[in-house]
Design a protein around this ligand. Structure first.
Ligand code: ADP
Ligand code: MG
Length: 299
């Protein structure tokens, strides 16, 4: 399933149009992408992703909607789902487009890990499941997030470590086997090792579980290393939509928007100032390879 967003504007306060959280955003996210969304705080990232599973509904999908002449309403299509249509099956949409919110561990509530994950399944599954089927799905989801089912299933979520809690929360979303998994700041608040582990987990889910991954992040190294394409938001507007290899060539424009750039982009620039040009896709692996290839010529 691809995602196609057109003319998306949104205000939390329609009486004050200056306060638009999103302004005329159009973009496509291809199936199979590991898509990144970056931007400073308040740039509209969370508002954007909440539209993708209709937590925020489009005006035309609201029950009391009456069209006004001459207005070009926003549209969002995700595969066969038309999010501008009030007759869309929202439950089916939400089982196909899973969203993991920022600090999702705060939303764990059940007495045991397995009940917490089963809740996600019950909430969004299309047909009732037997207890055996439920257990099989829960076990599969917890295993997919790298937890040992037998060890954690009866534990209280509150007794787990921070990283484990986050994994349980992710299991509660992927348990419906969404085709698209959206995560708002999935590595926020974790230590460097925890961050690397979560990104590793997302890659393993991308290979085996969810075709498309969308992450919101403000860690440029994380974005440069992991994403196939990146959307840059500033003040509710889409400023760039490029793969990292092209995006981080715009280092000065990104910094002018108040954004950081990856370490590789900083080193590339420092070398350029010394007359050494490095052609790289900005992943640390490629960067190291390019530097080694320069080797004898400059050192
Ligand atoms: P980001 O995730 O990039 O930090 P948000 O989408 O949360 O940005 O916010 C975009 C804008 O919308 C900001 O100006 C923010 O203050 C405002 N906003 C976000 N959530 C709400 C809300 N629930 N009510 C009113 N304004 C909000
Ligand atoms: Mg946010």
């Amino acid at each position: 399933m691809y995602i196609e967003v057109e003319r998306l504007s949104y205000s939390y306060n329609p009486t004050s149009p200056s306060a638009y959280a999103l302004k005329d955003v159009s973009l496509t996210i291809e199936e199979g992408a590991f898509f990144g969304i970056i931007g400073h705080t308040g740039s509209g990232k969370s508002t954007f992703v909440q539209h993708l599973n209709a937590l925020i509904t489009l005006p035309t999908a609201e029950k009391k909607f009456k069209p006004k002449k001459g207005v070009a309403y926003p549209s969002i299509r995700i595969g066969d789902f038309d999010l501008a249509d009030k007759h869309t099956d929202w439950k089916a949409l939400r089982s196909k487009v899973g969203i993991v919110f920022q600090y999702p561990e705060y939303q764990l509530f059940a007495e045991s890990v397995k009940e917490d994950v089963a809740f996600g399944l019950k909430n969004f599954s299309q047909t009732p499941l037997t207890p055996e089927e439920t257990e099989a799905h829960v076990k599969e989801a917890l295993t997919a997030v790298g937890l040992n089912y037998e060890e954690v299933k009866d534990a209280s979520p509150f007794d787990l470590s921070g990283g484990q809690k986050r994994r349980v929360a992710i299991a509660g979303v992927i348990v419906t086997k969404p085709e698209i998994l959206v995560l708002d700041e999935p590595a926020a608040g974790l230590d460097p090792l925890g961050k690397r582990e979560i990104m590793g987990l997302l890659h393993s889910l991308h290979r085996s579980w969810c075709k498309t991954i969308v992450i919101v992040s403000h860690d440029m190294d994380e974005i440069g290393e992991n994403c196939t394409k990146v959307a840059v938001f500033a003040d509710g507007e889409l400023k760039f939509l490029l793969p990292p290899s092209e995006l981080f060539l715009h280092d000065e424009e990104l910094e002018a928007l108040g954004l950081d750039i990856p370490t590789t982009a900083k080193v590339r620039r420092a070398l350029k100032e010394r007359g050494i040009s490095v052609d790289t896709d900005f992943t640390s692996e490629d960067f190291a390879r390019q530097i080694l290839a320069l080797g004898g010529r400059h050192v």
